[in-house]
Write a protein that binds this ligand. Sequence first.
Ligand code: 1GP
Length: 256
Amino acid sequence: MGRVLKYIEERKSRYGALHMTLIDPDKVGDLSVISKLCQVIDEAGSDAILLGGSTGVVEFQLDEVIKEIRSYTSIPVILFPGSVAGLSRLADAVFFLSVLNSVDPYFITGAQAQAAIAIKRHYSNLEIIPTAYILMGDGGAAAYVSCARPIPYSRPELALAYALAAEFMGMKNVYLEAGSGASKPIPPEVISRVRSYTTVLLTVGGGIKSYEAAYVAAKAGADIVVTGTVIEHQPDKLKEIVRGVRDGGRERLRAR
Ligand code: 1GP
């Protein structure tokens, strides 16, 4: 097991669930905001930074952002690529994504094959975390860009079907994504259905903006709760969101 996965597992057994903060380098604009973002992230107790976005991300920009992040925080930086351009040698790991419910094979295996040799040759320091990316609800820009057919919230059995398929295919992480800025996060019934039949790492994100939503997601079974928009628009709320993840995680530890 790689260093980052070990870190995730260790925090999972200590806290029940982790929080990760998504930073979209294309939305950062001026690098000078990174110091403030890192301060907010560290003070809130977020466990790692996810770095990526659906559009407009290029490697040199990722490099600059990661260098800046490294001078302010020591938590892991994990790439969350929206395309083959979303890689950087300076990160710790990459969520090697396959959009399982895309209708275009490019987003399931094509982009991955396109990136694979380059990763082997030039990014061998990156820890690869094989991740099934499953778009749900309105799916946001991620669903649009990756030609996904988002799963309706009313059909949790379909989310389970894809998550189980991912586990059987050997994926290490299943990411249930509602889309950045989604009006409704993934419902707890969907999370708990997937959780009760799978043992794979379960990541949930999209539209989580409050203590309650974070608490509910972690309690229902998310191992990793991701928020992005909050730090852009309401950084003061990050602390309560991480607290929600910790409280929900603690409930799960207790119930074991
Ligand atoms: C998007 O799941 C992440 O990829 C985060 O979504 O921006 O809505 O928090 P938000």
